[in-house]
Design a protein around this ligand. Structure first.
Ligand code: C2E
Ligand code: MG
Ligand code: MG
Length: 728
């Protein structure tokens, strides 16, 4: 069995590492210790095959534990891996000096943990085999001394053959640095023969640096009489190819126990290193574009933060999201989308140099780390460049495609202290660019953070608004411009938000749409409006038709006809007392199902009107295809009507269109008697606006119904006088 010792003061880490260690091989036994002292106690009587320890622990740090373990004779060469969150080299150097074999960076990458552990255990196994060889060699040497010269020669030859069969590179060196023996693998590596090497400088074929290092470490073994913990090196062979080795150096003793030679063994781990590097690459890169992924970006940002803290420099992080990429993917397929992303990755790489990093975070999201930033202007200039580079058309499989980027920029140290914070803020800034229609960039500002927090608070409160009875419908009258009767009432949503007073729908409906709350809210609106109309009828009031607004999301996600039917039935409300207001988008971009829903609603006897008419689509062809009952001219035309000839033309056109298609026309936002008069002159039948009444709570609207039109004329004597236009 193979024993792995894990030392970590945090229980969660112990349990994760234990699971990972057990995955290394089936013959692994894991011993976990929360305390380094207890771990040492255990190791006094048992030599594990691998020790994995945390660096920072309250009782004793990883370096001190390593030193104590190395002092135990039977543990002097057990591989020790130290897990450290510190990128600071000084911690690593302290652990190295204490005799650590390797490091793992926290948070630990699970693949890396398992592959490192597996490699070190395999190495340990090979090391033990070499040790057994060496012991055997030693015993044999003692034994052969007793044999006749001839037998001695035979025996030595035999031994040399055995050692030549080992794939590891083995050499023994004297105190003076001369080779006493080299096996075939070693000789081949330095392009020589075993016989030629004897008596020459052991490390003579290496470059100066490697030579000096070997001699220095040999001297250490001669001095202490102890084996060195294994260490990894890179070494070029005679042809200049680079190999990775794990090297051990152990003493050879004579009969008196004096160290006479140092045995150096080098196990070639180049294949493993390549596999490890490959795994690491996969874990840190995006498979499609080959760019670093989110994990690697996070690591690089944290490194950069560390560097900048020391040097006082700063950097910018650009978060980039493509505009309308989904539609390219949907329309032309994922392969085209993927190809576009690949080309984009190449373009972005051409925008950066030096230490800068381009990463793909997933989907159509990219990030660029702009290092060594001199000023905010530099970051803005760079973002501008990126936006213009993305804007260039893409030529993919014979097509010309176009996309844009929305970029958000954060800066260190101003906007965040770690990669998560910086990315979060860059994301918020990116949304600001999106909100402005994309193809632009924004620097993060704390205002954005405030906005996001406010929206989150709003959402949280909105969730409970229905149960807490905070929603209310206000009603606004619609007037027949010739008879001055109230012919309709639009139900408009209000939220009595605690601490904020009465909140208008534009403030919260966007958020409600985003998080899906529009569905329960919309349902509540339908039922409340029907219930209210029923109540007014029961009070004997002249109840006009009530218009309710329905959002496109409701059509997409709810069975609107069924909801309306249920509401009408449960309130016993005649369908002609109800009207729904929808936007042009619903008819234009709605699915087949939506079109069916609209027909079903109309067949029930509920009227349909198109809200904010004129602001949406320029083609009016759809009006002849889908049956609706009324058009509501958008407020902007009414507002500009007197001053802007274009608005006048549009109003006249809409009225004409209404007449030809037999649709009622309602003008919205009528605020002045001039506007009312003008509209009436232009043939518009109905109007809604502050001139006739603002949206008011249901009880006030009931009063209005009772007192109309007297109340209106009393409040607006100038209208009653305006050429008698508003008298009955
Ligand atoms: P809308 O359907 O076009 O409603 C008309 C808006 O114009 C209302 O704003 C109304 O208060 C305002 N308005 C009416 N007359 C005048 C005027 O003379 N001058 C000016 N300046 N404004 C006038 P409100 O109530 O803030 O509603 C805004 C929008 O919110 C509505 O536009 C509608 O799209 C949406 N909305 C309101 N209630 C609901 C609802 O229950 N469900 C859904 N889905 N949307 C709703
Ligand atoms: Mg409306
Ligand atoms: Mg409107």
């Amino acid at each position: 069995m193979t024993t792995i010792v894990i030392v970590d003061d945090r229980a969660i880490n112990r349990s994760i590492f234990e699971k990972l260690a057990l995955a290394v091989s089936q013959s692994v036994v894991v011993e976990c210790f929360a305390s380094p002292i207890e771990a040492l106690e255990f190791m006094k009587s048992a030599a594990p095959d691998l020790i994995i320890t945390d660096y920072s622990m309250p009782e004793m740090d990883g370096a001190d534990l390593t030193r104590e373990v190395r002092a135990l004779k039977h543990c002097s060469d057990v591989p020790i891996v130290v897990i450290t969150v510190f990128t600071d080299r000084s911690f690593r150097i302290r652990a190295l000096e204490a005799g650590a074999t390797d490091f793992l960076q926290s948070p630990v990458d699970h693949n890396e943990f398992v592959s490192r552990a597996r490699n070190l255990l395999a190495l340990r196994e090979e090391q033990n085999a070499v040790k057994r060889h060496a012991r055997f060699l030693e015993q044999e040497l003692v034994h052969v001394e007793k044999l006749s010269k001839e037998a001695l020669r035979d025996s030595r030859e035999q031994l040399a053959q055995v050692i030549d069969s080992v794939p590891d590179l083995i050499t023994t060196s004297t105190r003076e640095g001369f080779c006493a023996f080299s096996n075939a693998a070693w000789a081949e590596f330095v392009n020589s023969t075993s016989a030629d090497l004897v008596g020459k400088e052991t490390y003579g074929a290496f470059d100066n640096f490697s030579r000096e290092r070997n001699l220095r470490l040999d001297r250490k073994v001669f001095k202490t009489g102890r084996a060195l913990p294994p260490y990894e090196i890179e070494q070029r062979n005679h042809a200049g190819d680079i190999f990775h080795f794990i090297v051990t150096k152990s003493p050879l003793h004579d009969a008196e126990g004096n160290t006479t030679h140092v045995v150096t063994t080098a196990t070639n781990i180049s294949d493993r290193k390549r596999a490890e590097a490959h795994l690491l690459h996969i874990a840190h890169h995006d498979a499609l574009t080959g760019l670093p992924n989110r994990i690697m970006l996070g690591e690089r940002i944290d490194e950069e933060i560390f560097q900048c803290r020391n040097s006082g420099r700063s950097f910018a992080l650009h978060f980039l999201d493509l505009d309308r990429f989904k539609s390219i993917n949907d329309a032309l397929g994922h392969r085209t989308g993927d190809r576009l992303l690949e080309v984009l990755a190449e373009r972005l790489l051409r925008c950066v140099d030096g230490n800068d990093l381009v990463a793909r975070l997933g989907g159509d999201e990219f990030a660029i780390l702009q290092t060594d930033l001199k000023s905010s202007e530099e970051a803005l200039r760079f973002a501008q460049h990126v936006v213009s580079v993305v804007e260039e058309p893409f030529h993919i499989s014979g097509r010309e495609l176009q996309t844009n980027a929305s970029v958000g920029i954060t800066k260190f140290p101003e906007d965040g202290h770690n990669s998560e914070e910086l990315l979060r803020c860059a994301d918020m800034a990116m949304y600001q660019s999106k909100a402005e229609g994309g193809n632009t960039f924004h620097l993060f500002s704390t205002k954005m953070d405030k906005h996001v927090k406010e929206t989150a608070a709003l959402e949280a409160e909105l969730r409970s608004a229905i149960e807490q009875d905070q929603l209310e419908l206000f009603y606004q009258p619609q007037i027949d411009l010739s008879t001055h009767e109230i012919v309709g009432a639009e139900a408009l949503l209000r939220w009595n938000r605690p601490g904020y007073g009465v909140v208008a729908p534009n403030v919260f409906l966007g958020a409600a749409e985003e998080v899906g709350l529009i569905l329960p809210i919309g349902e509540w609106v339908i039922f409340s409006a029907c219930r209210q109309a029923r109540e007014w009828m029961d009070l004997g009031l002249q109840t006009p038709r009530i218009g309710i607004n329905i959002s496109p999301t409701q059509f997409r996600k709810q069975n609107v006809p069924q909801l309306i039917k249920d509401a009408l039935v449960s309130c016993a409300l005649p369908p002609d007392k109800l009207e729904i207001e929808i936007t042009e988008n619903i008819v234009l971009h709605g699915s087949e199902a939506t079109v069916r829903d609209l027909r079903e609603i109309r067949e029930m006897g509920v009227a349909i009107s198109i809200d904010d008419f004129g602001t949406g689509y320029s083609s009016l062809g759809y009006l002849s295809r889908y049956k609706v009952d009324a058009l509501k001219i958008d407020r902007s035309f009414t507002r500009d009507m007197i001053s802007d000839p274009n608005s006048t033309v549009i109003i006249k056109a809409i009225v004409g269109l209404g007449k030809s298609l037999d649709l009622s026309i309602v003008a919205e936002g009528v605020e002045t008697p001039e506007q009312a008069e003008y509209l009436r002159g232009a043939g518009c039948e109905m109007a809604q606006g502050y001139l006739f009444g603002k949206p008011v709570p249901a009880n006030e609207f009931a009063v209005l119904l009772k007192e109309w039109p007297m109340s209106f004329e009393k409040c607006n004597p100038q209208l009653a006088l305006a050429g008698g236009e508003f008298e009955r």
